[in-house]
Design a protein. Structure first.
Lengths: 516, 368
């Protein structure tokens, strides 16, 4: 949905029926935080790959802004190196890079310094002339949340934000975390909406750019056979796991502030819950899809107060252990982490979605650092057989597993007869793997999301009410666990699947975690 | 009937990465043997794994050379879209009455994602191809035929009747051949065309400029269009003109021969009639290909022209002054065009059908 006509204009006679993807309008993309990790590893390599596959308009300019002192040429060289290192396609096509780099500029300076924005304005005008970017602007905040207010104020002060509906567009992409609790998210939303319209705001959660996450919508609403059984009549429970082998690397300072609830649960994991539990949207457009997603978040029973949290939430913190045969330190031994830190690095949560479809079907969520392997999956556990025709326990309940990463795909586990005389069932797996079925390499999540932002398609971006509904859920837990008298997180050994209390969370319901 | 079965070609070495098995029939075809070969080819990978197929891709050629030229594109498209690839090479004028079968599979992540069966029939053996094809299709899956011959004749008509989609390349033929295509389309034939896929960037850019907010006002004022082809009129140019004429019914549309391209290249359609499937002609500019596309919405005029690998649109006469819009042409990879056409697995592309019908009406003036 790259372009929506105004109600009073003639339809484009040349657009009707075209199968070719629409290339975005000319635009200057401004990356704040241009010398940072995200720009090096993700944003510039993603833009290069979009240029390589002819998805970008030739009339594109990119301006990096950050404190580091670079000239245009030095920044181009630095980014060329980053693309060589981090691009998913190699080797780098020098012709494409040269053309792309021809529109790459750099403005050094502090965000609270007016002169930075004066020089930025000059550079953008120069790009409008040199690259025909025509005054269209996409501002990308690849910076810590604390900088968002100052960036918004400066953009407004320097008249870089145009209202929606003008011939020249202005959009802003805001990286997660969007706030650190419900109050700050609301305050940030208020501030953003004071200077621009919701249609101009693209709150990014890169999980939504992943092919498998988008495929969940196609899988559910593009087939007739799954939707009739996608409810409490057939499904016993749902397990969502987002596990990482890595610890916090060099991000101790950030992680001490964030913890697993802000880093993973509030955004990525709740997005997966929404997509799994949502009703079919009336249409496949940004608002219809997001309307249904936000309804799910609003129907989840709140987790508020020590008793509810104790019953339905287990938090953990990793201690020293082994990952893939290597010794790794405990969380409290990591750099920039307090010795007595109570920051959770693991969470297991039981959610109840109070809706007609999901009544009585718990959603168990689990996410953590330093778990045995990197993996994100949604497992739909179907009900037990009503009658054990082949003997009690002979046939295991069916499971449908949506693997988000790695080895993106879908597997269905079902019973089949073991060859021989007797009726002995065994569970087998029917496995669909994206990499096998579609040999084309999937684009990086940032490629898809940057392209959508350039096109103005908000379907895969989080709306104001959605982000606040997600925070509201997590806020209840945060208020409880961050109270001075709250118990510390349970320790778990690095390389394990979390604290034993996490198993008990399901064990109390007569269930167990899958071993992915 | 002589039969050699299970002997891999190249002395047991995989050919070009394919684990290929071959056999030959000198009177009739034993489909059971071909299926057995296919199974053997699958078993050679150790664990049999699963086979994933989205459709049957049937490619029909009239010389081994034509298939050789198309092979990279077919394989690339076949890998992108898991399928059973059935290649039929008919050499009716060759001596003998034999049919040679080559069978191979491609694996991806342990599963078989492409099964390839190549049947080459000589002389009287050609008559077995059609029944063999019907016996080797994967049931229930769509059938897409890639037709490498002239867009005419009984065999093509039967392919059109049987297939969910037939993909031709009118760019390898004189533009007058579009009249035959138009006749089949008028009867509802589900024809796709690689020449059509080649002009997607032109159509896309033309549409883009009318999506630009300050240029939308010109949408209702489109009056004329002109397609200039380099050194002679090619099918792509005729299709582009036809597309515009079908979209803007009252517009005056003309086809013009411009100056020769700087780099020598074959005139499309004037060769031996073999397909150049998968070798998109975007760069360099070849004889007969589109050099400039102009259309007017007075007082504004829009000029789209190719500058190496970039399409450039210039707008003059608009009250906002001159406007420049650029679109990079897609990279030239084997199978890209076929992949674009395979996005539609059944039925007729109505936009294409309308463009061809309009293009046919423009053909008498195409000799200028």
């Amino acid at each position: 949905m790259p372009y929506a006509p105004e109600h009073d204009e003639l339809p484009n006679p040349l657009r009707v029926g075209l199968r070719a993807d629409s290339v975005p309008e000319p635009c200057a993309l401004v990356v704040f935080g241009a010398s940072g990790d995200l720009a090096h590893r993700k944003l510039i390599p993603a833009l290069y790959n979009l240029a390589l596959t002819a998805h970008l308009p030739a009339a594109l300019g990119v301006v990096g802004v950050s404190k580091s002192e670079y000239t245009h040429e030095q920044y181009q060289e630095d980014m060329r190196e980053a693309v060589g290192q981090f691009s998913r396609t190699k080797p780098v096509d020098e012709d494409v890079w040269r053309d792309f780099a021809g529109g790459l500029r750099y403005v050094p300076g502090a965000f609270d310094d007016d002169s930075t924005f004066q020089r930025l304005a000059g550079t953008l005008e120069e790009l409008d002339r040199a690259r025909a970017t025509r005054g269209n602007r996409l501002f990308y905040f690849a910076t810590p949340p604390s900088t968002f207010p100052v960036l918004l104020r400066q953009l407004q002060k320097h008249r870089m934000i145009r209202p929606p509906g003008e011939a020249r567009f202005t959009r802003v992409v805001i990286e997660k975390p969007f706030g650190r609790d419900l109050a700050s998210a609301r305050a940030l939303n208020r501030m953003v909406l004071e200077v621009m319209d919701e249609r101009q705001i693209f709150r990014i959660d890169h999980y939504l750019g992943k092919e498998t996450v988008q495929n969940l919508l196609v899988f559910r609403f593009g087939n007739t056979i799954f939707e009739p059984i996608w409810n409490r009549n057939y499904i016993d429970h749902v397990q969502i796991t987002a596990a990482e082998e890595l610890g916090i690397e060099s991000r101790g300072r950030y992680y001490e502030e964030a913890g697993i609830l802000r880093d993973m649960i509030q955004n990525h994991v709740l997005q997966l819950v929404s997509l799994t539990a949502m009703e079919a949207p009336a249409a496949f457009d940004a608002d219809a899809v997001r309307d249904e997603k936000v309804k799910v978040l609003r129907t989840i029973s709140p987790l508020e107060g020590p008793e509810a949290v104790a019953q339905r939430v287990v938090l953990g913190q990793y201690t020293a252990g082994q990952i893939a045969g290597n010794d790794v330190p405990g969380y409290r031994e990591e750099k920039d982490v307090a010795k007595g830190s109570r920051t959770p690095t693991f969470a297991a949560i039981k959610l109840n979605v109070d809706s007609w479809r999901w009544d009585g079907v718990p959603f168990y969520l689990r996410s953590g650092k330093r778990l045995p392997k990197r993996l994100t999956e949604i497992a739909i556990q179907f009900r037990k057989l009503p009658h054990a025709l082949f003997g009690e326990g002979a046939a295991a309940p069916n499971t449908l597993i949506v693997r988000v990463q790695p080895e993106e795909g879908i597997a269905l586990r079902f019973s089949a007869k073991v060859p021989g005389e007797r009726y002995r069932p065994r569970t087998v797996s029917m496995d669909f793997r994206y990499g096998t079925a579609f040999a084309a390499a999937s684009p990086e999540a940032y490629e898809r999301l940057l392209l959508d932002a350039l096109r103005g398609d908000q379907t895969l971006f989080t709306r104001k009410d959605e982000v606040e509904a997600a925070w509201k859920l997590v806020d209840g837990i945060l208020q409880t666990i961050e109270a001075p008298d709250a118990p510390p997180p349970f320790p778990y050994e690095a390389g394990s699947w979390g604290p034993r209390e996490s198993d008990e969370l399901l064990g109390r319901d007569g269930r167990a975690w899958r071993r992915p | 009937m002589s039969l050699s079965i299970g002997e891999p070609i190249s002395g047991g070495q995989a050919a070009r990465g394919w684990d290929e098995m071959s056999t030959r029939f000198d009177g009739g075809i034993d489909l059971g043997k071909i299926r057995a070969l296919l199974q053997q080819a699958k078993d050679r990978g150790g664990s049999p794994g699963e086979t994933i197929s989205a459709f049957n891709l049937v490619a029909i050629y009239f010389s081994p050379a034509a298939y050789e030229r198309a092979q990279a594109a077919l394989e690339a498209a076949g890998r992108l879209h898991p399928s059973r690839l059935l290649v039929l090479i008919a050499e009716p004028h060759a001596e003998g009455e034999s049919v040679a079968a080559r069978v191979s599979v491609v694996r991806s992540g342990g599963a078989v994602s492409l099964e390839r069966i190549v049947l080459t029939a000589q002389g009287g053996g050609v008559r077995h191809l059609e029944s063999a094809l019907l016996g080797l299709l994967v049931p229930d899956l769509p059938v897409v035929v890639v037709w490498g011959g002239r867009p005419e004749g009984a065999l093509l008509r039967r392919a059109v009747d049987m297939a969910d989609r037939v993909i031709i390349d009118s760019g390898t033929r004189p533009p007058q051949a579009l009249a035959d295509v138009g006749a089949m389309l008028a009867r509802g034939a589900p024809i796709g065309d690689l020449a059509w896929a080649r002009i997607f960037p032109w159509m896309s850019l033309a549409a883009e400029v009318l999506d630009v907010p300050n240029l939308r006002e010109h949408r209702g004022k489109l009056k004329s269009a002109r397609v200039i082809c380099a050194g002679g009129i090619g099918s792509e140019g005729v299709l582009l003109a036809g597309w515009f004429a079908s979209r803007v019914k009252k517009a005056r549309v003309e086809l013009v021969t411009g100056r020769e391209p700087e780099m020598d290249s074959a005139m499309p359609g004037a060769g031996d009639g073999t397909s150049i499937t998968g070798l998109p002609s975007a760069t360099p500019l070849g004889k007969g290909q589109i050099a400039v596309f102009e259309f007017t919405a007075p007082p504004a005029s829009f000029t789209l022209r190719r500058e190496k690998s970039v399409l450039v649109a210039e707008v003059r006469g608009d009250d906002d002054g001159e406007i420049l819009h650029r679109l990079r042409l897609p990279p030239e990879t084997p199978g890209r065009l076929l992949g674009l056409e395979l996005k539609l697995l059944a039925g007729q592309d109505e936009l294409y059908a309308a463009a061809v019908q309009a293009a046919v009406k423009l053909l008498p003036q195409s000799g200028s």
